[in-house]
Design a protein around this ligand. Structure first.
Ligand code: KG4
Ligand code: ZN
Length: 341
């Protein structure tokens, strides 16, 4: 079964073809970051218009690159939510229209399900059940994953997501938008130990997170300290260390409590080098394995949506024929309640 995956939830247009026998056939991505940069964040209306501009050429590109035609596609998976409503509608509309025209199944996928399953695109892939640490720009969650559609939320952020904290702190340090990767690179020039920032909720004895106070702590430091590059790099190091410490400790605690020995890390912050390094080291010390998506599949992409669609269709039950019931998007959508409740 060959599935065309379409991702348009935010500022990346992602398209991919996934074959459940051969794996990923091809994928293409267009990032709108340059367009949004001058506004310091994503402008929803511009995002929707740009998805419209890019989506058909990208679909053509993945077909050509994998020697497929529209008639080779067996099903279409598109991101149904959560995300920007107008942006989601672009992917949903083209997905539903193609599905209708080709008379093939079309399935709406939860964006976070795509992220959580993205390490299954790599070899070796994790086996169910596993613990998932989802760290993106909009979400920070720890989940127990027992199978496709079987997700149990263990804890989540009570305010900012980890990626959001990286982005806001990067802005305070003058690193531009989106700042996660830039802050991480800048922190490499920082000196460990000059500043110590609190790791919020480290000892809260649950699996919840809080990152908004950390951003305020950074702002206070910036006001108290000299305004030079080395100081800023030292602050970046301390910020990153505080975030990573709490992510690592809680992920390991979730592993310990569940008795499982596989941890999956997904979402944009999963690209962070320090996080990968610390997690892998600590997990290996307790005999657990950590699985990451390839770097290019940490942030938003069509491959994870095509994969989630293929796995859902294979597991059956997720199929919805839009030719008879129309389609919708869900700007706000809770993965655990919607799919398992
Ligand atoms: O998963 P994603 O592409 O989008 C959402 O679904 O939210 O994640 C984007 C987030 C942004 O906040 C970005 O700053 C962050 O991931 N990010 C990073 C790194 N690369 C991307 N954060 C820390 N270190 C990185 N290397
Ligand atoms: Zn995402």
């Amino acid at each position: 079964m060959i599935v065309l995956g379409i991702e348009t939830s935010c500022d990346e247009t992602g398209v991919a073809l996934y074959d459940n026998k051969q794996g990923l056939l091809s994928h293409a991505l267009y990032s709108q970051i340059e367009m949004h940069r001058e506004y310091g964040g994503v402008v929803p209306e511009l995002a929707s218009r740009d998805h419209i501009r890019c989506i058909v050429p990208l679909i053509r590109q993945v077909l050509v690159e994998s020697d497929c035609t529209l008639n080779t596609i067996d099903a279409i998976a598109y991101t149904q939510g959560p995300g920007l409503a107008g942006a989601l509608l672009v992917g949903a509309s083209i997905g539903a229209a193609l599905g209708f025209a080709l008379s093939i199944p079309t399935i709406g996928i939860h964006h976070l399900e795509g992220h959580v399953l993205s390490p299954l695109l790599s070899t070796p892939a994790p086996q169910f059940p596993f613990i998932a640490l989802l760290v993106s720009g909009g979400h920070t969650q720890l989940m127990r994953v027992d199978g496709i559609g079987r997700y149990q939320l263990l804890g989540e952020t009570v305010d900012d997501a980890a990626g959001e904290a990286f982005d806001k702190t990067a802005k305070l340090l003058g690193l531009g938008y989106p700042g996660g990767a830039a802050l991480s690179r800048f922190a490499e020039q920082g000196r460990p130990g000059r500043f110590k920032l609190p790791s919020p909720m480290l000892h809260s004895s649950d699996f919840n997170f809080s990152f908004s106070g950390l951003k305020t702590a950074v702002l206070t430091l910036i006001h108290q300290q000299p305004d030079d590059r080395q100081t800023y790099a030292d602050i970046a190091w301390a910020f990153q260390d505080a975030v990573i410490t709490v992510l690592v400790e809680k992920a390991l605690a979730a592993l310990a409590e569940s008795g499982l020995n596989q941890l999956v890390v997904a979402g944009g912050v999963g690209a962070n080098k320090q996080l990968r390094c610390h997690l892998t080291e600590r997990a290996e010390a307790i005999g657990a394995a950590v699985f990451y998506p390839q770097l290019e599949f940490c942030t938003d992409n069509g491959a994870m949506i095509a994969l989630a669609g293929a796995l859902r269709l294979q597991a059956a039950g997720g199929y919805r024929d839009v030719s008879t019931c129309g389609f919708t998007v869900r700007a706000r959508w809770n993965l655990v309640q919607t799919l398992c409740g």
